[in-house]
Design a protein around this ligand. Structure first.
Ligand code: DON
Length: 304
């Protein structure tokens, strides 16, 4: 495995077409697109990594997997009252379906859906309380107390919030959000600004690869059924309007972020994190998806 990750890293280092870093969040536009990291954590407890796997980056939408997990923990199936579980076939920040569908976002991974999940987990609390809860959850599943929110990234997104603010206000008009829109957005932007390395992210995903059980503590995070359901949502919706393409090429539940990271789960085997900041036209990591495709071709680790 170690050799495979190194080969993938070396091969992709030669790549000149690396995609385009996200620039609608100015802080992300400054990230060097030549960085690449890959990390694998297996359910047996082995760790492999190559490239810049220890460098923290902005996990952005990958954080939606963690808030979804928290939301299901707090509300159970009640979470589905204000968010659906169908692929949207539209870009991550699209507003079009909200108007026709009573302000109910299609799934928890598009921005509107993730904003609805944040509203649901706030449960009348202040943003800092919800964020503290999120941070302790992620520190627990990574077994790493050093995780932090990058406040500069959050502030940068807050200063350019118009698109997400529109989604939130629109949903609020349909009665889908309970809390003050600015508080929901402030919480959401900090959630997206979680900084994690590939090593930390691969560790965080392990519970989804091992029927809901955290490793190495062996403590249960979610039931096996819930782990399967979260994985199914990642497979169907984790790459937005490119989810079909990702399933076709990689065949693993995956969640991308505009920071250039992808978390991919190989159920029963392990959790993989890749990072390459350049994005494709859908806002997903160009070389990250390529790396996962190479990994799956060599290992056969697809769910199909
Ligand atoms: O709300 C946003 O636009 C960002 N904080 C997150 C979007 C994102 O990561 C889309 N993923 N590829």
């Amino acid at each position: 495995m170690q050799q495979l990750l190194e080969e993938i890293t070396q091969q992709l280092a030669l790549e000149t077409e690396r995609g385009k870093v996200a620039d609608y969040i100015p802080q992300l536009a400054e990230v060097d697109p030549h960085q690449f990291g890959i990390s694998l954590a297996t359910v047996e407890g082995e760790r492999f990594s190559a490239g810049a796997a220890a460098t923290p980056f902005s996990i952005q939408s990958i954080s939606k997997v963690f808030t979804l997990t928290m939301g299901l923990g707090k509300l159970g199936d009640g979470l589905w009252t204000n968010v659906g579980r169908e692929p949207s076939g539209d870009p991550f920040n699209s507003i079009v379906q909200l108007e026709h569908e009573n302000g109910k976002p299609r799934n928890p991974f598009i921005n509107a859906g993730a904003i609805a999940v944040v509203d649901a987990i706030m449960m009348g609390h202040e943003p800092r309380e919800t964020l503290a809860e999120l941070l302790s959850f992620v520190r627990y599943i990574t077994d790493d107390q050093s995780l932090y929110f990058d406040h500069q990234v959050a502030a940068s997104e807050m200063a350019h919030k118009d698109r997400n603010a529109s989604l939130a206000h629109f949903m609020k008009a349909f009665g889908r959000l309970r809390h003050d829109v600015d508080k929901v957005l402030g919480t959401y932007f900090h959630q997206c600004a979680l900084a994690m390395s590939c090593d930390q992210l691969a560790h965080a995903g392990l519970f989804l690869a091992s029927d809901g059980v955290n490793r190495p503590s062996n403590l249960r995070v979610v039931s096996p059924q819930r782990a399967r359901r979260i994985n199914s949502l990642m497979m169907m919706c984790g790459h937005y309007d490119a989810s079909g393409e990702f399933a076709f090429r990689v065949g693993l539940p995956g969640k991308s972020g505009v920071g250039g990271g992808i978390l991919a789960i190989a159920p029963g085997r392990g959790s993989l994190a890749v990072w390459s900041p350049g994005l494709d036209e859908y806002g997903n990591s160009l070389l990250g998806a390529r790396a996962l495709e190479m990994f799956v071709q060599r290992t056969g680790w697809s769910v199909f």
